[in-house]
Design a protein around this ligand. Structure first.
Ligand code: ZN
Length: 240
């Protein structure tokens, strides 16, 4: 039987009572029990230290089975080799995205290029991210925390960034859209209060006419203004 020194194999460690000395000579005299060892390099990990493992038996058949199981375990423990898929750099993903926007207005393209470029710079400088798959939702949130300016501008910026990451997910560049949910900018309640009341032209006309009428009557007739509320209040006063 041939033994390849470069692979995991069975060897014998002869006990003191055994006249044999070679690890590959298994013909020990009757009554002498020399144990088998598994010895050799790791079958898949070339950098692993040399394996020397007691089989726990002096029986050749049992030792062979031990070797078989031991070897299978080594293969099983090895994680599945990941298929080599080149990671698309973030900057290249941005270029591809911008190319898909080449029919948009020039100012819009310039704005996108500037904002996404700033994002890439931040993600690389802060987290060392280079591939498009590396940034996380939290990283984007931290980037947003650095933004300053008017809420309306920042909202547009947020939408622009979301658009890029949505495109990445849809284009299978990233496994999921990391910008699917991002913090809202500004206080939506605050904004509602600031919105001036909007009236249709017809309604605003009515409103103005009513104001004018009220003013006119108040000026000319004083408290006897014949507008509805005035009258009812007046009659109540009379009754009292
Ligand atoms: Zn022996």
């Amino acid at each position: 039987m041939l033994y390849n020194r470069d692979m995991l194999r069975l060897v014998k460690k002869h006990v003191a009572a055994c006249p044999k000395t070679s690890a590959t000579d298994w013909k020990c005299p009757k009554g002498v029990h020399c144990p088998f060892y598994v010895r050799g390099p790791h079958p898949t990990d070339k950098d692993a230290p040399l394996i020397v493992r007691h089989t726990g038996t002096t029986n050749e058949q049992a030792a062979r089975m031990f070797l078989q199981d031991f070897e299978r375990d080594l293969y099983d423990l090895k994680p599945e080799p990941q298929p080599e898929k080149p990671e698309l750099p973030l900057t290249e993903a941005i270029d591809l995205y911008l190319a898909s926007k080449r029919h948009r207005s020039i100012p819009r393209q310039r704005k996108l290029k500037l904002q996404l470029g700033q994002m890439a710079t931040f993600l690389t400088a802060t987290f060392g991210h280079r591939a498009a798959t590396e940034p996380s939702n939290l990283d984007l949130q931290q980037f947003m925390n650095t933004w300053e300016g008017e809420y309306t501008t920042l909202k547009t910026r947020r939408e622009n960034m979301k658009g890029f990451w949505r495109w990445c997910a849809n284009s299978d560049i990233t496994p999921k859209n990391i910008a699917f949910s991002l913090p809202v900018i500004g206080d939506p309640r605050h904004e509602k209060e600031r919105i001036p009341p909007t009236l249709t032209q017809k309604r605003s006309g009515k409103y103005l006419r009513r104001q004018l009428t009220a003013t006119t009557f108040t000026n000319e007739a004083g408290p006897t203004s014949p507008n509805k509320s005035g009258r009812s209040r007046l009659s109540k006063d009379t009754r009292a």
